[in-house]
Design a protein around this ligand. Structure first.
Ligand code: ADP
Ligand code: MG
Length: 270
């Protein structure tokens, strides 16, 4: 059964798409079968994996509006273990999208279809707002990763996201959890990072990943070269950090699963 992880915060430019692409690629390098779903109408993840509008004949929105079967919109990528459901939204589709996302459970039903059982991880790159696509993504996910960059506004968006996750949990998806907060574009010796880290540590220290993603130019090149950082320069600090983040998530999940199993055994003995 795939683990579904949304990458979401209500703020643009904080590294959501960069995290979605590079984390998905890192899971794939670790031979975990991964599906990346691009839920943002800007199509950043789609572009960073080398797809152009002309290459895409169907996308997730065609599935949500019953125009195509899901199997028709899953694309292979350069990495054997990574597939993509791209985004290709025309401005005229935005209104239609609004109607589709009123059906809160539809996407969840789609993800529970048999063809998704082959995946270990499904990563969803969300848009920089909460309503609509982010909401249906959270309702369908097991957990959320919240990227944060230096600055008060980025910190505030983490607060807002955590409140929203609590609301989604209380209304629609009680098993939704926070996978972690990841520091992106990290520059340790800057005052603004010192201030941001202090605030984050004061409120959310137990939610912050050990791995931080440094500011690194290889990660910026993705949008021009259409490849994840690891395929541009595997030994760059950015690519190595995302490989490390994937390892941290896999190891946390193994620990959590074995804790659940132990609890299960304890219950059955009692
Ligand atoms: P979001 O999806 O939250 O809007 P993006 O992932 O598109 O954010 O990132 C915003 C910009 O910052 C992009 O141009 C991207 O290349 C750049 N960027 C993201 N992460 C890093 C990083 N670790 N180092 C340098 N640039 C980065
Ligand atoms: Mg994005």
């Amino acid at each position: 059964m795939a683990k579904v992880i949304s990458i979401a915060v209500p703020k643009g430019g904080v590294g959501k798409s960069t995290t979605a692409v590079n984390l998905s690629a890192s899971f794939a390098i670790a031979e975990k079968k991964t599906l990346l779903i691009d839920f943002d109408s800007t199509g950043s993840s789609t572009i960073c994996l080398g797809f152009e509008h002309k290459d895409i004949s169907g996308n997730i929105f065609d599935v949500l509006s019953f125009r195509r079967a899901i199997s028709e919109v899953i694309y292979k990528t350069e990495l054997t273990h990574l597939d993509l459901i791209p985004s290709k939204i025309l401005p005229v589709d935005e209104e239609r999208l609004h109607k589709i996302t009123n059906n809160f459970q539809l996407f969840s039903h789609i993800l529970h279809q048999e063809q998704f059982e082959i995946y270990d991880y499904i990563i969803i790159d969300c848009p920089p707002y909460l309503q609509g696509l982010t909401t249906i993504s959270l309702i369908s996910s097991d957990s959320v990763i919240l990227p944060v960059k230096a600055g008060k506004f980025s910190y505030s968006s983490i607060n807002k996201m955590i409140e929203y996750i609590d609301w989604i949990k209380s209304r629609y998806n009680s098993s939704l959890s926070i996978e972690g907060i990841v520091l992106t574009m990290y520059e340790p010796n800057t005052i603004v990072w010192k201030m941001t880290s202090e605030k984050l540590n004061a409120s959310f220290s137990d939610l912050i990943f050990d791995t931080v993603i440094p500011r690194n130019t290889t990660l910026c090149e993705s949008e021009f070269l259409g490849k994840p950082g690891v395929l541009i320069k595997a030994n760059s600090s950015g690519a190595k950090a995302y490989l490390e983040l994937a390892k941290e998530i896999m190891s946390n999940n193994t620990e959590r699963n074995s804790e659940h199993r132990t609890l299960g055994v304890a219950h059955s003995v009692a």
